[in-house]
Structure formats: structure tokens, C-alpha cells
Design a protein. Sequence first.
Length: 521
Amino acid sequence: MTRAFYVTTPIYYVNAEPHIGQTYATAVVDTLARYHRLAGDETFFLTGTDEHGEKVAEVAEKRGVAPKEVADQYAKAFRSTWDTLGFSYDRFIRTTDPDHIATVQTILQKVYDAGEIYFQEYEGLYCIGCERFLTERDMQDGLCRDHERAPEQRKESNYFFRITRHFAWLADHIEKHPDFIRPEGFRNEALAMLHDESGLGDLCISRPKDRLAWGIELPFDRDYVCYVWFDALINYLTAIGYPAGPNFERLWKGAEHVIGKDIVKPHAIFWPILLRVIGVPLYLHLNVHGYWTVDERKVSKSLGNKIDPLVMKQRYGFEAFRYFLLRHMVFGLDSSFTEEGLVARVNADLANNLGNLLSRTLNMTARYAGGQVPEPGPPGDLEIEIAEAAPQVAEKVDRHLRRCQVSRALEAIFEFLDAVNRYLETRAPWQAAKAGTAESDRLVATTLYTSCEALRVTALLIAPFLPETAPMILERIGAPGALETARLPDDAARWGVLRPGAPTKKGEALFPRIEPLERDG
Ligand code: MSP
């Protein structure tokens, strides 16, 4: 039976160009989506932009233009950047899309009719960066901890969503489903929020229009617009046709979100409660990643401090940049980005480990086997070891990716490549070929077959991470188009699939060695 896999990135604020953190999240989701497509799951990958709220209104006011103009500009920038980087999203949603506005209003009315919304005067300190009233623990030295700016004192009558009454069942759900929020540290964080009586109050879900007109009007009070977070979360439902679209129920059963650690609260607390109140089952998993930090001292002035994904693509190729992001950050932990780190990692893993194995294998296949996948002889112990490692690495990649542990999946693939490189060194077919006996020829053929087949397994498993490189490898080792019909993990777990006699092709280095960066201090 086909399973559904519905995966989302956060929707991005339209107040600046895409940065490294957003590129990372989208690359993770792209990788998961590509894996699940290859696994035969009905896959839907959603990304898009979060366009309402004060942040955008503020930018527009400074520039003296309408908020929609600012939103259009950055939504276009995100979309075209994602297209240039080759992300395989199924929908790019904008919260200004008419179907989204209609869905938000339907849901607001439903929550209101259910008696879960009340009206009250409220006074407190409001941070525009967070788009919410702050509690004491959100502040340090009078400033918002996250945004390092002074909040404003505000007094307003607003609509509130009764979330506190739902904390008990939500805590229970999180306790009973250990992988609902993962990795574990963020699950504990969510539980702590729910157990801390003084921490979270009911959620203010409106803004008076006379203060902020840039938002979705409340269907039950035209003097107010909807709070941007309430509007934003609903994008995950709009995108697949809630409530009555033909694919909605099927896809929603496989829903999971990928977010950064600063937006756990809305996703882990507000969102499940809203889903329950409107009668939609909870999502399966909330996958939370850490932060990229860029150590300014280590990034030279001439290269610039801003990590712009398009500049990285131009400088290193997007597959190399993407590889570094996915491999270097352990999902859930923080990582620091440096170009030196990227260069070292890409040279070691892609140029050396993978690239050299491919070029050596292809060169020797050209030289000793007439440029065709050779017919292997009976396997020895070393060949059996490699053949047995294939189903193991396929299983590991499957398991890690289903838990959103992208770096672990890559680690498993590169451990397999290490083993294949060691195998080739031990067999040393370039030595064996010198003997020129029937036996040594058979050994060379067996070794090269094993190496080609290991590259086939690698190419299939690495395809979700390096979608442009993988088909090139397959083409060169005599299996062009293999990805079009492949099923993962099974086809990577199988050994002996390459057809002896299939033509192989030498070619340019996949990842030419990058020269270490010159520093200007
Ligand atoms: N619009 C909200 C999300 C609404 S989802 C219903 C938002 N947008 S954002 O553009 O500010 O951030 C989007 C994502 O980028 C968040 O998951 C955030 O954690 C992530 N990152 C922002 N800076 C980051 C790093 N330096 N490193 C990694 N990710 C970071 O929040």
C-alpha cells in the first residue's frame, strides 16, 4: 500500500532575502521528499512565504510602499532562489493566496463557534520581532532576548484563543508519543512549557486594524485582523486542500513538519491544540533543527560575511554547498559555518572518497575491461563483505532518514565508501593486472565489478542528497536511467544488479578538488 508523506518547511518571512538557515531547512525537506518519492510514498513537499504581520508592515512603511509590494518582492526572491537551487517542492504557498485567506477565515469561525475564543483587554510588553506579548523570562536587561530590542508597552482589547485548558491532554499526547517532537531535547522543552503554570497564557489571536491593517480580517469582527502566527500555521492545511479537497485526508495522515528551534512553541503547543479544536488529527512528527552560526572572524572581508546560497552555488556548486549543510549539521544541534570547513569537507568526502573511487574504477574498467562492466568471477571473502554491507547501509539510510537524521544517513553512506576504498586498495587490481594470468584477470574483473556495483548502491542512496550527481554516476557505470525505476531502500540493498557488458564512461571529475581559500586577514 502506498503511504503518504507530507512534509513542510516553515514559511519564510518576507522581510529579507533567503539565508543559510532557511536554505538548510529547505534542503533537509527536499532530501526527505526525494527519498520518500524513491521509496514509492505519495509525497507532497510544501514550502512558501509568511507575508502578513507587523514585520512586513514595518518594512513597507519605512520604504513608503504598500505591504503587498514588499511581500511580492521577497516572495519572488524566495521562489526564484528555490528554483535556482533545484528544490523539488510541490507547492509554494503564499499566505496572501486567496485559498489561504478563505481557509483561515473558515477556521477562525469554527474555533469561535466552538466557544474557544473570548474577548478581553490586555496590557503588556510587546515585541514586534516575536510578534507577541513577552513574559518576563523572554526578556533580559529590558530587551527581548531573541531580538535584542526593547519591547513596547501596549494596552489593547483583543480576541484570545483558550489554549491553557488544552495543556493536559497535549502533555499526555507528547508523553505517549516519544517521537512526536524530536530530537528529544525539544520534546522536553515542549513538555516544560506545558507544565510551567506561570509561563504560557491564552493566546492573543487578533490585532486591531487601527494599529495593523496588514492581515486577514476576523470573520466575526471586521475591526480586527488575525495574529500572524495563527494565520501562518494554517498554511499547512490550506496547501493540501483542507477541508474538503480530494487529497486532504490521505496526505494529512502522513504530515510532518521541519522547523528551527526558535519556533518550537507555536508548532509544539499552539498548532496541535488548534488541530484538535477543529477536529483534525495531530501531525505525526515535529522535526526540530538547530542554528547555523557564522563566525565572523573566520570569514574574510573580501568574501563577505553573509552566506547567500546563490553566491555559494556560484562559488562551489550547489551540490557541494548542500552536501556540506546536510553533512556538517547534526540534525537538532547547532553548527558553525566556515568556508574552510566546507572546502575541507567537500575535498575529503566528495572529491576524494566518492570522486576518486569513481574515477579510479572507471579508468581501470576502461583499461582492463574494455570500458564495459566486467563479468565477475566467484566472490571471495572480501567481495562477500562488501556485498553484505550494501543491505546494511541501505537499512541505515532508511532508518535515519525516517527520523530526519540526515547527517547520520550521509555518515553511513560514507562509511560504506570508506570500506569500498579499502577493499580496492587491498585487492589492488592495478597490481593483479600485471600478472596477466587467467586467474589474475578473473580477480581484476571481480574487483572492478564489485567496485562498480558498490557505486551503483551508493548512487541510489545518495540521490536524495545529491540529486544532480547521482544520475551522472549511474550513467557512467553503465546504469543510465536507473533512478527512474528505482525503489528505495530495496534496490540499494540488492547485490549483483549491474549487467556485465554494459558500457561505462570515463568523464570529468565529479567534484574537482577545491583549492584552499586564500585569506586576506
Ligand atoms: N514565518 C515564521 C515561520 C512560520 S511557519 C508556520 C518564521 N520565518 S523565518 O523566515 O524567520 O524563519 C524561518 C526558519 O528559519 C525558522 O525555522 C528559523 O528557525 C530558521 N532560521 C533562522 N535563522 C537560522 C539560522 N541561523 N540557522 C538555522 N535556522 C535558522 O520564523
